[in-house]
Design a protein around this ligand. Structure first.
Ligand SMILES: *[C@@H]1O[C@H](CO)[C@@H](O)[C@H](O)[C@H]1NC(C)=O
Ligand SMILES: *[C@@H]1O[C@H](CO)[C@@H](O)[C@H](O)[C@H]1NC(C)=O
Ligand SMILES: *[C@@H]1O[C@H](CO)[C@@H](O)[C@H](O)[C@H]1NC(C)=O
Ligand SMILES: *[C@@H]1O[C@H](CO)[C@@H](O)[C@H](O)[C@H]1NC(C)=O
Ligand SMILES: *[C@@H]1O[C@H](CO)[C@@H](O)[C@H](O)[C@H]1NC(C)=O
Ligand SMILES: *[C@@H]1O[C@H](CO)[C@@H](O)[C@H](O)[C@H]1NC(C)=O
Ligand SMILES: *[C@@H]1O[C@H](CO)[C@@H](O)[C@H](O)[C@H]1NC(C)=O
Length: 451
């Protein structure tokens, strides 16, 4: 009896413990993601499909700016690189399968035209179908793709730079049949589309070169419209959490359907330092408003569709120790209504007594950087070059070698975060020192979260 009770109790306890265990397979927006070989994942402007229990990600390389690369994953976290499938420079490539031909297609843009690669196997080898075409005689750029639940697929593109167009693909996915809708006079790029219930959503970014802006979304009950007015998909001023849409991935789980926003955080001119911002989206079923919800880290169970966020411990910057001209200042939008400003090469902030587990842990640094306030302006490339958008902090753990921490511009009062993986020692004796290699200063620090 006692023994049985003990067994039941310990079973209940272990169930509680496992429910509280932090998820280990984390999607960490803005971190440098690595593949199973340890190399940085280089698949920009891409898209993801789920097929037969695996995910496949196709994107363009920014390292060489010519390759089209494919990765696969069972869980959206562990990615295996399958190498380049096309070497001639396809922009914003996306996968689409043709039931009628049984072939996998990678579609995208080459130059200012629509182009198709095709293969019997999703991992290739791919060959180009015909030559690139100019659908309906227009300049075709900023390609996006959506596959509907009835099997029809649609491409989204910027036509002659000033119209966002949704067109249906032929069933063999090699040509466009008809225009479903044209958002006239709307200069949007990097479009993405998804469907929730019976509602369609189109996401797009304004045109501001490699600078990020506040991406917008439209909704409609039919692809031919009427489409709603634009609304923003992230809090104003975060510029879509410093990212640009590229795709919307729907995970139809056994418990829930989750739509993921897939974005690129372009870092110009250091393009290889670009990262990915993938976030779960929420939908207001009344207004049909869409929000890409910031998470420093999250995991998604690809079977159930459920998103989980790991636990974290918060350490306020103002509770740390400052040196030099670093100081505590008030900030109404900050945690604790305070932050630490003036962090520089010889003006540091040290947060002590940080608890660690003796293994690599994610630490997110929540900061404000008000440089480069340009809103949603359309910029020319040379204006982009003239703008300073990044503050360069350094982070040193327990007096160790400083690690770089790029703090892209936020906006007045907008607190954003950047992640860093650190090997905190076990116990509560860790000290994290924030300084800067920037000729100005680091961003102002609000707080850190240790996951
Ligand atoms: C999944 O299985 C179907 C049917 O066998 C096949 O046509 C398709 O190519 C497979 N998907 C992948 C990614 O291999
Ligand atoms: C396509 O773009 C090129 C280069 O910007 C331009 O010369 C041409 O007129 C455009 N074509 C159309 C149909 O707008
Ligand atoms: C693509 O479709 C259009 C009609 O929508 C047709 O005029 C054109 O010839 C087709 N192109 C190819 C390569 O099949
Ligand atoms: C931008 O480029 C144009 C043409 O190359 C040049 O005339 C202009 O002075 C440049 N502007 C800046 C701010 O560098
Ligand atoms: C950017 O990439 C370079 C290598 O190309 C690396 O040395 C540097 O630390 C990176 N910067 C940041 C902030 O990660
Ligand atoms: C953390 O420790 C792991 C070994 O456990 C090592 O591979 C990694 O490079 C370390 N990371 C840092 C940032 O020191
Ligand atoms: C921050 O670092 C980047 C390179 O990672 C560099 O391009 C930029 O000029 C630096 N910013 C400042 C203000 O020093």
């Amino acid at each position: 009896m006692t023994r049985l009770l003990f067994l039941v109790l310990s079973l209940a306890l272990s169930l509680i413990c496992s429910a509280q265990t932090n998820p280990t397979k984390l999607i960490v927006p803005g971190a440098q993601w690595r593949d199973t070989d340890g190399n940085v994942i280089d698949a920009r402007g891409g898209g993801v499909v789920q097929s037969n229990g695996s995910f496949y990600w196709v994107g363009g390389t920014v390292g060489s700016r010519v390759g089209t690369v494919v990765y696969s994953s069972p869980d959206l976290v562990t990615w295996t690189n399958h190498g380049s499938v096309f070497a001639s420079g396809m922009g914003r490539p996306k996968f689409v399968f043709s039931e009628t031909t049984g072939l996998w297609q990678i579609v995208g843009q080459i130059g200012r035209q629509f182009a198709v690669l095709s293969s019997a196997n999703i991992l290739g080898p791919y060959s180009q179908v015909g030559t690139p075409i100019s659908p309906f005689g227009v300049n075709f750029t900023d390609f996006g793709l959506f596959q509907d639940t009835d099997g029809q697929a649609y491409v989204l593109y910027s036509a002659d730079h000033n119209n966002l167009v949704v067109s249906q693909l032929t069933l063999d996915r090699t040509n466009l049949t008809k225009v479903m809708h044209q958002f006239s006079g709307v200069g949007l790029e990097s479009p993405a589309m998804f469907k929730d219930g019976n509602t369609y959503y189109v996401i797009g970014s304004h045109k501001s070169a490699f600078m990020t802006n506040n991406n917008v979304v439209y909704s409609a009950q039919s692809l031919t419209g009427p489409w709603s007015v634009q609304s923003y998909i992230a809090p104003m001023g975060t510029r879509t959490w410093n990212s640009q849409s590229t795709f919307a991935l729907t995970i139809q789980g056994s418990q829930t359907t989750t739509h993921l926003y897939l974005g690129d955080r372009w870092v110009y001119p250091d393009l290889p330092n670009s990262t990915y911002v993938w976030l779960p989206m929420t939908i207001n079923q009344v207004t049909k408003g869409v929000q890409a919800v910031w998470n420093d880290a999250f995991s998604i169970n690809v079977e159930t569709g459920v998103v989980t966020t790991p636990k974290a411990t918060k350490y306020e910057a103002e509770a740390g120790k400052v040196t030099g001209s670093a100081s505590v200042a008030s900030c109404t939008t900050c945690s604790g209504n305070q932050l630490v400003t003036g962090i520089g090469a010889t003006s540091t902030l040290t947060i002590s007594n940080v608890a660690g587990r003796g293994e690599p842990q994610w630490v997110s640094f929540h900061y404000i950087n008000t440089d480069g306030l340009f809103g949603d302006l359309t910029l020319t490339d040379n204006q982009t070059l003239a703008l300073v958008k990044q503050r360069n902090a350094t982070v040193s753990l327990n007096g160790g070698t400083p690690m770089p921490l790029a703090q892209y511009d936020t906006n007045a009062g907008i607190v954003m975060s950047v992640p860093l993986q650190m090997n905190l020692t076990q116990g509560s004796g860790n000290a994290i020192t924030i300084a800067s290699i920037d000729r100005q200063a680091a961003g102002d620090l609000d707080y850190i979260l240790v996951y």
